[in-house]
Design a protein around this ligand. Structure first.
Ligand SMILES: [Zn+2]
Ligand SMILES: [Zn+2]
Length: 370
């Protein structure tokens, strides 16, 4: 596929963002695109709303997996693109339209020029939630085609177009969502002694949470506990019987994730006693860290250096989460950032990644997988 065809595909995919495990139109479009390629060495299968394509190698010594995530986000697009999202309130604000397009670009190359090794292209649903990597990894189909190593990329708005950034070891944090409900007793605002105010309870909890990172996690480790929303009550003169806080936890180690969760649970038991309320805790989607295997990452960095035409950055780890970590927990490999230069960041309603990065990534990946 030439550059223009790739850009067109990206724009078409950009217009139909779908949430996790609802990627029906996206799957259909991917299947259509794949069906246009020479099929001689290809085997195509679907898993849920995802797609897997196996390319038979000419003289295989191993099978290499390439993963692209395919879901969008519940964000109202504000880019003003002529190819803006046609799905109201949904947007490809994390660049998964880029990820799919790059994967199709690489696949189209190998559909016409048979690679030496077997390749498996993994179009994975639900990265943003509830998490497609883990069930896909465990699926019979994936296990039957199980790669010996895997690679994936994520666009990076903060880097110049085409820059590649990665590091051996930890790249992305351990993450967990956090949803807590507080149940008390409502009442008239003027008679607080007859009620049990959950706005006060939730407020105390949010304040207490702040000591977890400052007082429980080692200063040499790192963690983030962010509460993004707090809601409760129905009216200004009624004491709230219910309040809810929603947030996220990010840690650099699995141990500190465990510690943070234990502290949250202890704080909540304390809240139940001191505010005579009931609490319900839900960790939602949990993502394992993305840990780049040393050998594969160094080999990839060496390949880039040998090419000599790529700006390479050995970056620091980030507190972002990615469910590709589940693949890397079982299969050696790596993930890397691809610079797309956008003033607005990931998950922004104005994310504006530069399409030139698509052709750059296809070139680099076809070379690496050849
Ligand atoms: Zn995202
Ligand atoms: Zn993403």
């Amino acid at each position: 596929m030439d550059e223009q065809q790739l850009f067109e595909l990206r724009r078409a995919l950009h217009q139909i963002p779908e949430l996790g495990f609802q990627e029906k139109k996206t799957q259909e479009r991917l299947l259509t695109e794949i069906s246009k390629l020479p099929q001689t060495h290809l085997e195509v299968q679907t898993w849920e709303t995802g797609v897997l394509v196996r390319v038979q190698g000419s003289n295989p010594t191993e099978t290499i997996g390439y993963r692209a995530d395919i879901d969008g986000l519940p964000i109202k697009e504000e880019t003003g693109f002529p190819f803006t999202s046609q799905h109201d309130g949904k947007m490809h604000a994390c660049g998964h339209d880029f990820h799919m397009t790059i994967a199709i670009g690489v696949l189209s190359f190998f559909a016409s020029q048979q690679p030496e090794n077997n390749l498996v292209f993994v179009f994975q649903p639900a990265e943003e939630g509830p998490g497609g990597a883990k069930p896909m990894l465990e699926s019979e189909l994936f296990q039957a085609w199980r790669p010996d190593k895997m690679i994936a990329l994520h666009i990076a708005p903060e880097y110049e177009v085409g820059t590649i950034a990665t590091r051996p070891g930890l790249l992305f944090a351990n993450t967990s969502e956090l949803f807590i409900d507080f149940y008390g007793k409502g009442g008239h605002a003027a008679t607080p002694h007859q009620a049990n105010d959950m706005v006060v309870a939730a407020s105390h909890f949010v304040t207490q949470l702040q000591t977890i990172v400052s007082r429980n996690v080692s200063p040499l480790d790192s963690a983030v506990v962010t509460i993004g929303t707090i809601s409760g009550g129905t009216k200004q003169n009624i004491i709230a019987e219910h309040a809810r806080v929603e947030g996220t936890i990010r840690t650099l180690s699995q141990t500190s994730m465990q510690q943070v969760k234990e502290r949250i649970e202890s704080l909540l038991s304390g809240m139940e006693v001191s505010f005579s309320c009931e609490t319900k805790l839900d960790y939602g989607a949990n993502y394992l860290q993305v840990y780049n295997h040393e050998e594969e990452t160094n080999a990839f960095l060496q390949y880039l250096e040998d090419r000599g035409d790529v700006d390479v950055v050995v970056c620091r780890e980030a507190m972002t989460g990615e469910d590709f970590g589940y693949f890397l927990d079982e299969i050696p490999g790596l993930m890397f950032w691809l610079g797309v230069h956008s003033e607005y960041g990931l998950h922004s309603s104005k994310l504006d990644p530069q399409e030139e990065a698509i052709s750059q990534a296809v070139k680099v990946l076809t070379g690496y997988l050849s």
